[in-house]
Design a protein around this ligand. Structure first.
Ligand SMILES: Nc1ncnc2c1ncn2[C@@H]1O[C@H](COP(=O)(O)OP(=O)(O)OP(=O)(O)O)[C@@H](O)[C@H]1O
Ligand SMILES: [Mg+2]
Length: 261
């Protein structure tokens, strides 16, 4: 199962991706987290110490290595020799709870025709690796799906769209939903985040209901998330028994039940 965490900028994608990845790993899944956002902050959300995170080599800075793994094929299709363990050993790190992390670095923008090697690499990685029943890939995406290109997004099984109570977040969810349907992604679901009131929940449910996206649950607004961020700690380590972690756990259970059984 390959899950991409998507949504408008700042809605909580990285926080949720990191926490979800570790909670899934605690359930016994083999989790590969991929940071596809050039801002590179998934490591901290996963609880990987800064001194280790600093040593991670983004794949985009290893174009030669990527080129050696991605051979141009006729008709613009890329072929790929997937050796993910090799890639993770060389460029990734293993963090708390055994989550493996790969960092893409700058994924250059471009549409479906983009042939840049790092984009092709991510696309090939997504379409060829980790198909075991207990394997999960969690992708933390850059805000606004367009950057990745449709071909890359096509390898994803589930798009989890994070939505905060704002019109813009709902509009982004709608764009993502349309794109996902165009490229035949099997599942799109949403999670409400930064919820402060019942009205927030109603606003999000109504907005998503009109689009037709199913809602897996709500995560409250909690200052602990911001404080964890400020001290550079993973939410799961900073406030393990908080309501916000409990809510992410509930959403994780629904994901396991609905998509991973
Ligand atoms: N449930 C929450 N309660 C309070 N603050 C939150 C919550 N979720 C996220 N935040 C805060 O919102 C900000 C953005 O969160 P995060 O970086 O996870 O979002 P993002 O969608 O990955 O952002 P970007 O689009 O920049 O990658 C951070 O300061 C984070 O601490
Ligand atoms: Mg982010």
């Amino acid at each position: 199962m390959k899950v991409a965490i998507v949504g408008k900028g700042g809605v909580g994608k990285t926080t949720i991706a990191g926490t979800l990845a570790r909670l899934l790993a605690r359930d016994g899944y083999n989790v590969l987290a991929i940071d596809a956002d050039p801002n590179l902050n998934l490591a901290s959300s996963l609880g990987i110490p800064e001194e280790i995170a600093k040593k991670i080599i983004p794949l985009s800075e290893n174009i030669e290595f990527i080129r050696s793994r991605v051979q141009p094929f006729f008709g613009g299709i890329m072929s790929f020799t997937p050796k993910v363990d090799d890639v993770v050993d060389r460029f990734g790190v293993t963090g708390p709870d055994g989550v493996k992390l790969l960092v893409m670095g700058t994924v250059r923008s471009g549409g479906s025709g983009c042939m840049c090697p790092e984009n092709a690499f991510l696309r090939a990685l997504l379409s060829h690796i980790l198909l075991g029943r207990r394997d999960v890939v969690v992708l933390d995406m850059v805000a606004g799906l367009e950057h990745l290109g449709r071909g890359t997004a096509r390898g994803v099984d589930l798009m989890l769209c994070i939505v905060e109570p704002s019109i813009k977040a709902i509009e982004t969810a709608e764009r993502i939903y349309k794109l996902a349907r165009e490229i035949e992604i099997r599942e799109v679901a949403a999670i409400g985040n930064k919820i402060l009131s019942e009205e927030d929940k109603v606003f999000i449910s109504k907005g998503l209901g009109e689009i037709g996206i199913s809602l897996l649950g709500h995560i409250p607004f909690d200052e602990a998330v911001i404080r964890a961020d400020m001290v550079g700690k993973a939410l799961l380590d900073y406030a393990p028994s908080s309501k916000v972690v409990q809510s992410i756990e509930e959403v994780k259970n629904i994901i396991v039940e609905k998509y991973l059984q």
